[in-house]
Design a protein around this ligand. Sequence first.
Ligand SMILES: Nc1ncnc2c1ncn2[C@@H]1O[C@H](COP(=O)(O)OP(=O)(O)OP(=O)(O)O)[C@@H](O)[C@H]1O
Length: 714
Amino acid sequence: MDIQRKPLVTQNGSRLPQPQSKLKPPTSFKRSRSPEELSACKRSRTDTSTSSSNETLNSSTISISSTSSRQCFSSSVPKLRSSKSSSTLRPSVLKPPSTSKTKSTATVKPISRQAPISNKTSSGNVSRAIGSTGVEPTTTNSTAKPPLAATGGSRKRPTWDLKGRLQDMEELLRSQDVHSQNLATQLTDYNQRIVQLESQKDQLSNAVSQKEQQTSDASKQITNLRNQLRNAEDEFNSMKRKYQQELEDLNFANSSLKRQREALEGDISALQQETSGLKLTVSQLTSAQAGLNAELESTKLLLDQSIKDGKDKDAEIFQLKEEIRAHLATIEENNTKLREHETERRKLHNSIQELKGNIRVFCRVRPLIGDETLGNDGTLQHMNFPDLEGKILELEKIGDVSLNESTISAARRGNNKYEFNFDKVFQPTSTQAEIFEEISQLIQSALDGYNVCIFAYGQTGSGKTYTMEGPSTGDPATIGMIPRAVMQIFDTVRGLEDNGWQYQFEASFLEIYNETIRDLLGSLKEEVKHEIKLAGQGNNEVVVTNLTIVPVTTEEQIHSLLKTAAQNRAVAETKCNERSSRSHSVFRLKITGANEFTGEKCQGTLNLVDLAGSERLKESGSEGQRLKETQNINKSLSNLGIVILALANKDSHIPYRNSKLTYLLQNSLGGNSKTLMFVNVSPKEENFQETLNSLRFATKVNQCNIGTATKKIK
Ligand SMILES: Nc1ncnc2c1ncn2[C@@H]1O[C@H](COP(=O)(O)OP(=O)(O)OP(=O)(O)O)[C@@H](O)[C@H]1O
């Protein structure tokens, strides 16, 4: 029920606040508030309740002064106010009704007209104006008693009854006080309620988050279970496959066992047959055994006899062993003698070599080859080999008498005939094997610890390379002196091993072109500079710097080194025409031996040298590179002759260092070395002059007696 009240109006026209007829507590919250809002409200409510209760006491008015409190309250209790209610607020000055002592100054006009109702809420609450004192309109409980004057009750005070009216006002104020206390209590209740609801809300949110957690745990569990299920399915499938496979295997095994059983059954029946056969045999054997027993008796008798004989044999064996021991002692003695003989043989061999002279010259005339044989039956008109020993070569120039033969020692017969004597002259028909036969003893000297040097000298195309290396046909009959020497060395070494000799070999291969050394076993890509030096520190050994030195243990290794050298020379040949003819090549094998029985040690070097072509080009016709080459070849070859002559003359100074060739071969040309020179000559008549020159040079060398070679014992 709506209560219509007239507003109390003060003397100056302002209206006094009026209690509400009833107050409805909020039954529900329109919206839930955030925790921040709630805590802000709590704080403000706490402040407000304190201050408002104070103010209420002081000013006898209900004051919810702070804006935030109002907001909180209004949002919490929306039905208590309406937006329109604020529009009815009118600014006025309301002097607070004070105690009775201030009564005389207060002028209160009687309520002459109905107070305007600014707004009516659905619940019948009335919004009232608020004074300038800051009192907000509020609602009152319907239980609050309105003052008499305000309610228009039966007791109406006359205008002059100021005292009565004052009492009414005081009554009104008291009722307002009561009302405000009620409101404060209600507010406290609401606050408690809000706190409760908030705690409930917190609990509910906790419960919700717990439920969410549980839900997520449950879904994880479901995922896990699904995975487990999947794994179990996979495992089940693989087990299924495995068992199926096993089943198949078992079936197969079963069938094969069946087959085996059938086979065994066959075997059993065969064995049964065999057993019955054996039974028959046993019975036969039993009867035979009786015969054998008789035989055994007679054998025993024989055995006794044999044992007796065996004892006699043992005595005989013992005697034989004694004889073997004696023979072994004799063999050992013979071996010792053999070693002594080997040493003696070496001595004798080298004595013979020394007697032969330490520098020897072999002359070899190659056969006519290819086109040279055309219109020729193979006989050489200008050459003759008169002696049976094979030491003389006669040269006859037919029709040319312009040859000047004043200086050489070869006897001149008639006008055009020249006779040359050498240690050996090999005719065109001579084979490589025959020639090697003659030099093999020199090779043996290298194994005995001598420095050996074998040269091939002659004009281009006279057969130097053929003699030293042999053609590359692979025909074993034509292989040259170098591979044959290597073969002999390794054969001999194998034989000497029984006598306690152990050898080590180091090989190198170089060429001297235009007085420059090139390593034929090294890399072609690198341009390495090589110099000749003496090892120094009491060691007179000649060494070449940066040279590839390969330790070798088999002849196959040496053959492969010779191949490498030939390839390297071929490559160089393509760069420089006829290079191989115009360079000296030196294959060197250093041999070191030691005898474990006798303690002997030796070291020798075998030098096998293919010299550059010795032909003399007319210097006027040579120019540039060719002229330089010719000069260098002439220089080194003539220096070789000079060195040999100086050695023969026992000169105090031997000019080894005038050319790379003689410097390199210094130790193989001196007193403790053995030198062999092949002078290779062409069978062609047109080469007569060059042949004559070569033979003259060789004769000069042949006449040198360099002295006694000495063995190098380490
Ligand atoms: N005794 C020989 N029997 C058969 N053929 C030979 C004989 N000697 C040399 N020849 C052949 O003669 C040719 C020239 O020989 P070779 O190349 O050995 O001469 P060279 O003196 O080494 O020449 P260069 O100074 O140019 O190296 C080659 O074809 C070679 O096969």
